[in-house]
Design a protein around this ligand. Structure first.
Ligand SMILES: O=P(O)(O)OC[C@H]1O[C@](O)(CO)[C@@H](O)[C@@H]1O
Length: 521
């Protein structure tokens, strides 16, 4: 078996055994009975990983199921696939690319730990670019003339840096205001521009390809505004973060920080795309952020299956999706700084694993990526938790809590932590009420991820954990988690429709599209 010739999950013996296990005991497993029967359940289904403690015990699994899931991982060669990624193999087969975002956070080689021949050149380039990018970040931080930094990018060139800047706000310099513009909807940029001064604003044009319509439209408008306000020093006020340095140059930007085609957009915040984060938190904190992720990479790479948190989470995701048939997962970060984590994870998982064919292009006879959704707690509790507790669908919830608060307001953090623990408890234990309306069925599963503190390192580890669990479910399903062809068709059709909005030509369009165009004119 090698990374390109692995059996698909539904063809190996463990799959049929899991189906039998589901029918025999899995479907009916009651968490309350499981805890009553197993005094050691919390410890048995907990997992320590770098910076993250995971309580998996409130999930509908038992030891037998978990063992079959480990068999499934072995029989489908998840570790083979993982090792191929870490060895730099071109596992993104439809784009003929390696998948090496882990390299962006790999420590510089030392004499004691030299880089392997396979990645030596890439790692040297990574560190040269990182050093230059962080030096630039420090220059901007020290420059009191720059007060506002505007990141213009979308998808992976927006969601990660925006999320990280919010998450690490406690480490950010108060001397810079950070802004993120992503939408092609001009309302977003138009609302920001009047709040900026041309002489004290730095625009970062973040785009892997430097061709994305939204980003190029916003970048052109920002440049036009800059020039209309009398701005001339483009070199001081514009920088580009891109793999397409030539296009940035054509656009008129001379300060560029590059990255490589083996960094997927949704995996790129560790690269030059992280520049706004580095400006906010500084070089030393940015290096800690990378180091936290590297620690999780090492855990994923070397921990045995049975103690490997990304593998345990990815297996659970498959158990829920393909055997229980759960079609969504709710993300509940109980920390307001993590409020953009659900949006980030939506791209990470749904763009990676929202696929219907395997690596060979064959239609899959089973379901893949669930819907991810969520809000920061406790806000979600007062919105949709009603459905989580009493709705007809079972939705596994992933709670994320942080032990330490970084504010000194009395009472709040205790209340917050009490709520997150209580919600997980309530989902599981339920409450019997014969009248019906006040009945909570209980037995609703959740995972609880706990960080001691929200720091650059723990945050980096948390995100790398999520990247790797997505890798694991994708590897089990036998799909290519690293392309995103599903976003292309809409882009192409928008290009066709745009001139029709002006001309009114509806020739060849379906009735609804033609009708809408007529209404819009
Ligand atoms: O960084 P770019 O090239 O502008 O792309 C932005 C985003 O567009 C996509 O290609 C598709 O939505 C994402 O994968 C990517 O993160």
């Amino acid at each position: 078996m090698d990374a390109f010739h692995r059996p698909r999950c539904d063809t190996v013996p463990a799959w049929a055994q899991l189906q039998a296990q589901y029918a025999a005991t899995g479907a009916a497993l009651d968490l309350r009975q499981a805890f009553a029967a197993e005094p050691g359940r919390f410890a048995a289904f907990s997992q320590d990983a770098p910076y993250v403690f995971a309580d998996l015990s409130k999930n509908r699994i038992d030891a037998a199921t978990q063992n079959l899931l480990f068999d499934l991982a072995r029989q489908t060669g998840v570790e083979v696939h993982r090792d191929a990624m870490f060895a730099g193999a071109k596992i993104n087969t439809t784009e003929d690319r390696a998948v090496m975002h882990f390299l962006l956070r790999k420590s510089a080689p030392t004499q004691a730990a030299p880089a392997s021949a396979a990645i030596k050149n890439e790692l040297a380039e990574v560190h040269a670019t990182l050093d230059a990018m962080l030096a630039f970040a420090e220059t901007i931080r020290a420059d009191s003339g720059i007060t506002d930094v505007v990141n213009i990018g979308i998808g992976g060139s927006d969601l990660g840096p925006l999320m990280a800047t919010l998450a690490l706000d406690a480490f950010a310099t108060p001397s810079k205001r950070m802004h993120f513009v992503s939408n092609v909807d001009g309302h977003e940029l138009a609302a920001l521009l009047p709040r900026l001064q041309v002489g004290s604003t730095l625009f970062l044009i973040a785009s892997k390809t430097f061709t994305t319509t939204e980003t190029m439209t916003n970048a052109r408008s920002a440049k036009a505004w800059f020039e209309a306000q009398g701005g001339t020093d483009t070199a001081r006020h514009f920088a580009a973060l891109t793999t397409n340095v030539a296009a940035a140059k054509d656009f008129g930007i001379s300060t560029t920080f590059g990255f490589w085609d083996w960094v997927g957009g949704r995996y790129s915040m560790w690269s030059a795309i992280g520049l706004p984060v580095a400006i906010a938190i500084g070089a030393a904190n940015f290096r800690d952020f990378l180091a936290g992720a590297e620690a999780m990479d090492e855990h994923f790479r070397s921990a045995p299956l049975e103690q490997n948190l990304p593998i345990r989470l990815g297996l659970l995701d498959v158990w829920y999706r393909n055997f229980h048939g759960f079609s969504s997962r709710s993300i509940a970060p109980y920390h307001s700084a993590l409020r953009r984590l659900p949006a980030y994870l939506q791209q990470l998982e749904m763009e990676s694993n929202g696929k219907q064919v395997d690596m060979q292009g064959q239609a899959l006879p089973f379901d893949t990526c669930p819907v991810l959704w969520g809000e920061a707690g406790t806000n979600g509790q007062h919105a949709y938790f009603q459905m989580l507790h009493q709705g007809t669908d079972v939705v596994p919830v992933e709670f994320i809590a942080v032990k330490k608060a970084r504010h000194s307001l009395a009472g709040h953090h205790n209340t917050l932590l009490a709520n997150v623990v209580a919600q997980a408890q309530a989902l599981m234990v339920g409450k019997v009420d014969a009248g019906g309306h006040r009945n909570f069925p209980g037995n609703r599963p959740s995972t609880f991820l706990l960080l001691d503190d929200l720091t650059p390192a723990s945050f980096g580890a948390l995100i790398a954990l999520q990247e790797h669990r997505v890798f694991v479910s994708g590897a089990l399903w036998g799909i290519n988690s690293f392309d995103q062809w599903g976003v292309e068709l809409g882009k192409v059709l928008a290009k066709d429709i745009e001139p029709r909005l002006q001309s009114g030509d509806v020739t060849g369009l379906d009735g609804s599209t033609a009708g809408l165009l007529n209404r819009l004119r």
